[in-house]
Design a binder for this molecule. Structure first.
Ligand code: ADP
Ligand code: MG
Ligand code: MG
Length: 210
């Protein structure tokens, strides 16, 4: 599938399906270093997103239109830290993707914009055991892939792989932002829930565009 408007709808539906399947895994991660609601938070948000997609009266004109619907729905339904963070990520991404189809450069720009949104909103930097530890390596890998002339499918695949690795590497980190930072050293040894769901979002993008 080319990375067009139809793909963006498939991507978001796939995210919703995977979040629903894996929500107890995310809540378990959040039980270790947070307040045990990350799976429910995201599931509530993406369930509402799918309802809004199903209710659309006419097909969206651009990928940005789809991502903006995701952003506003997550902001109004998720709550917690991750609602505004993912909401801002998708809002910035929507502005970067105001086109009917993505090439490799545009796919990379979408991911960089999402990273910028999360950074601006949450003020975390790499190494603080947050979703930034997945978004940042993903954006770097995407930029490198686009630079090499690769297409959107390859860019998302590179980003997904880097995000998954970044999420894995949060296990060794001590949290200094968000709720997990209250645990200090005791946050070490647990995987960050938000970094894990960021990897899911990018894995869904890569899988659906193949
Ligand atoms: P809450 O912590 O309010 O219960 P969630 O459980 O839904 O919200 O989301 C927690 C996730 O949010 C964390 O695992 C982390 O990845 C992310 N997070 C929290 N604070 C920040 C921040 N300042 N910057 C980036 N990500 C953050
Ligand atoms: Mg939580
Ligand atoms: Mg909470």
């Amino acid at each position: 599938m080319t990375a067009d408007v139809q793909w963006s709808l498939s991507w978001i539906r796939d995210v919703a399906a995977r979040v629903s399947e894996r929500k107890s895994e995310f809540t378990t991660l959040d039980r270790e270093i947070g307040d045990a609601d990350h799976g429910e938070n995201l599931n509530r948000g993406f369930t509402a997103v799918v309802e809004r997609i199903d209710g659309l009266e006419q097909p969206p004109g651009t990928i940005g239109d789809v991502l903006k619907l995701v952003a506003t729905t997550l902001m109004s339904t998720v709550g917690g830290a991750s609602g505004p963070l993912y909401g801002t990520a998708f809002l910035r991404a929507s502005k970067a993707a105001a086109v009917p189809e993505l090439d490799g450069q545009a796919a990379s720009a979408l991911i960089s914009a999402a990273l910028e949104g999360v950074s601006t909103r949450g003020k975390a930097v790499v190494g603080e055991k947050t979703m930034i530890d997945a978004w940042a390596p993903a954006a770097a890998a995407a930029a490198q892939s686009a630079e090499n002339g690769e297409d959107a499918a390859q860019v998302f695949a590179a980003a997904a792989q880097a995000a998954a690795q970044g999420a894995e590497e949060t296990i060794e980190l001590k949290a200094t932002k968000g709720r997990a930072s209250y645990l200090g050293e005791r946050s070490v040894g647990h995987k960050d829930p938000g970094a894990t769901t960021t990897a899911l979002i990018l894995e869904s993008a890569a899988r659906t565009v193949q």
